[in-house]
Design a protein around this ligand. Structure first.
Ligand code: SF4
Ligand code: SF4
Length: 160
């Protein structure tokens, strides 16, 4: 269980975030958990939980949220945004959280480019694996291994 240090809470965090594009409805969240239930990242990594992240934002846990490594796991797929019964646009809120994390020195600016690269490379690999499975096109297991190796070689540790 995570410890909450009352003196470290920032009551302005949610108001500041609500001023960012698409984030105005964050305070309407009533913790129903629909976002988490449909989140593809939560299904493979339970430490990533949009409902809990929003709860921490509303509590004012600024440092814990912005310094958290899990905010870089979101795919920004908009599933949570589409499913939320209270129109909380968490996909765009996540972009604002990432920008704030960089602005406040919790992550280096180049991480955004790195995440975009990994997302595109992972989608390419997925497409190739499905084509292999379906016997579509000329892709071979050897080519997929080579592409995967190339992707690994291009991962630079962001240094935080
Ligand atoms: S689906 Fe919407 S209201 Fe429900 S927990 Fe997620 S953000 Fe909050
Ligand atoms: S945008 Fe992020 S939090 Fe929302 S469903 Fe997709 S991966 Fe999960």
């Amino acid at each position: 269980m995570e410890t909450i240090t009352l003196t470290k809470l920032d009551p302005n965090f949610k108001f500041e975030l609500a001023e960012k594009p698409g984030a105005a409805n964050i305070r309407k969240c009533y913790a129903c958990g629909t976002c988490t239930a449909g989140c593809p990242v939560f299904h493979v990594e339970h430490t990533y939980n949009p409902r809990k992240l929003i709860h921490k934002i509303l509590l004012g846990m600024r440092e814990q949220v912005l310094s958290s490594k899990v905010i870089w796991l979101c795919l920004r797929c908009y599933t949570c945004t589409a499913n939320c019964p209270h129109d909380v646009d968490f996909s765009n809120i996540m972009m604002s959280l990432r920008e704030m994390a960089i602005e406040e020195g919790y992550a280096p600016p180049e991480i955004l480019e790195q995440i975009d690269f990994l997302t595109t490379a992972a989608n390419d690999l997925r497409k190739d694996c499905i084509n292999l499975f379906l016997h579509e096109g000329d892709i071979t297991k050897e080519q997929i291994r080579e592409n995967f190796e190339k992707m690994l070689q291009q991962i630079e540790k962001p240094g935080f």
